[in-house]
Design a protein around this ligand. Structure first.
Ligand code: SIN
Length: 196
């Protein structure tokens, strides 16, 4: 699949005639909601796990040195917690651009914390997209994240902001916290303060 998925996503007109829709965010869309929304609520989706298996050549890395960002990988029985935003269909156009590096709109059932459900949309980067990196040794993934930097900033910010946002939702996820711990370990420590 082509690296730039903007056009593919624009052809997915499923929600075009709706007044609003629920967008489920599980990565940067949890902690960087720089788009208009009508309401937001913690939510979860079933059958998917969050994994740092997607390459970022445009936000948290470069084509020469891609970073690693989150995608969802199908896993029967799994639950992925995140944040749902009620948005208007017009908000999808800029989101398609933000998520253009391999993510495709996917329609998915959402479950809110009070047990109610809704049909929603999430952006998933599947293993057949050109930017997919897949699984690697956890220390190698941590080193890649610690080193990568792109137009949106350091790759470490993405990971550590996600860890914080998940903690605020009451979610501790071994895949994320283990990577974050290893990234902190390889990051240079702040220089010692000189005595005044
Ligand atoms: C998401 O956050 O839901 C999609 C992946 C990302 O933009 O980090």
């Amino acid at each position: 699949m082509a690296l730039d998925t903007t056009d593919l996503n624009r052809r997915m007109t499923h929600f075009d005639d709706h007044d609003d829709l629920w967008l489920f965010g599980y990565g940067s869309l949890i902690w960087k909601a720089d788009f208009p929304y009508l309401e937001r609520r913690p939510a979860r989706i079933h059958g998917w796990v969050r994994r740092f298996w997607q390459g970022s050549h445009d936000h948290r890395g470069t084509p020469e040195a891609p970073g690693r960002v989150a995608t969802l990988v199908a896993e029967p029985g799994a639950v992925c917690a995140g944040m749902a935003y009620r948005i208007t269909p017009a908000t999808l156009a800029p989101l398609d651009v933000r998520e253009k590096n391999g993510y495709l709109r996917e329609i998915t059932p959402l479950q809110f914390d009070d047990g109610t459900t809704a049909k929603g949309l999430t952006y998933i980067a599947t293993s057949d997209n050109a930017a997919f990196l897949g699984e690697a040794d956890v220390d190698a993934m941590a080193r890649q994240i610690a080193a990568a930097h792109g137009p949106s900033g350091p790759n470490t910010d993405y990971l550590l902001n996600l860890e914080t946002a998940l903690a605020e939702l009451g979610v501790v996820e071994p895949h994320v916290s283990d990577l974050a711990r290893r990234v902190r370990h390889v990051l240079p420590s702040p220089p010692d303060r000189q005595p005044v």
